[in-house]
Write a new protein. Structure first.
Length: 264
């Protein structure tokens, strides 16, 4: 069955449930923002548009997706998170909920195209399929080109009832002022250094959490990504080459060959 936005319903989606990762969402440094938004929801004061922004590596998109699921869920848990079991949650799990639409920049493009936003606005104008919210989520909102931003503006100015537009961005000032001014901003900052170190140490006990947090400028998820990549190993290898150079064990030419033309 074809759904709004061009999605196709998975015939097995009634068997699916959201698989929670071992990481809680919201993450520990997101609790204040989560609590604030939930108070707005239960107080019937949720704005029609949220702009979630901050540095990369803080889990902003995860926060936005979890918020969307919680607004569509019919059986929230004690932490106001989506239950993962009701029909809307199962539809979210297979990415075929008819009241949820996501926009992502195409991998081969540097910007979000205007036709993507036109499709988005057409979706937001449709009636709800469930008696909850109609939600549109735009990742990398700073990548909207001028025409796309102008196309989005009308929907922001005249939002349909029971709708929520969520913009997620790492570049607040790259978003046009006309868009920013029509959204309530939810800002994320890196947690205190010791909190980030403690969290990372719990997730990756065999890694140098302090070093990783420093290299990631305090952003825990960036630090976790570094730990799972080759960058730390390559960094140590480069230090070893420089140490050998300073000790006179290799020549400058040899060191340069190692650093800039490494042997595969």
């Amino acid at each position: 069955m074809s759904l709004p936005g061009g999605s196709t319903q998975n015939p097995n989606c009634h068997k699916l449930s959201i698989k929670r990762s071992f990481m809680p969402i919201p993450y520990p440094w997101q609790k204040q923002q989560w609590s604030h938004v939930q108070k707005q929801i239960f107080g019937h004061k949720l704005p029609h548009a949220l702009l979630i922004y901050g540095q990369s590596g803080l889990g902003k998109l995860s926060f936005a997706n979890e918020l969307a699921r919680s607004l569509l869920c019919t059986q929230l848990d004690a932490e106001t998170r989506a239950c993962g079991k009701c029909q809307p949650c199962r539809l979210c799990a297979c990415d075929c909920h008819p009241d949820l639409y996501r926009v992502n920049r195409d991998d081969d493009r540097q910007q979000i195209r205007v036709d993507q936003i036109r499709d988005f606005c057409e979706f937001m104008a449709l009636s709800r399929q469930f008696d909850r919210y109609k939600i549109g989520l735009i990742a990398e909102a700073e990548k909207l080109n001028n025409n796309a931003a102008n196309s989005l503006l009308k929907t922001l100015e005249e939002p349909p009832p029971y709708s929520l537009i969520i913009l997620v961005s790492t570049g607040l000032m790259q978003i046009p002022p006309t868009i920013r001014s029509r959204c309530q901003q939810v800002v994320f900052h890196a947690p205190p250094r010791e909190n980030g170190v403690s969290w990372l140490a719990e997730q990756l006990p065999d890694c140098d959490s302090r070093l990783l947090i420093s290299l990631a400028h305090g952003n825990p998820l960036t630090a976790r990504g570094l730990a799972r990549s080759d960058q730390i190993q390559n960094r140590q290898w480069a230090f070893n080459v420089l140490a050998q150079l300073l000790a006179g064990e290799v020549s400058a030419v040899t060191a340069a060959e190692y650093l800039f033309f490494p042997i595969a």
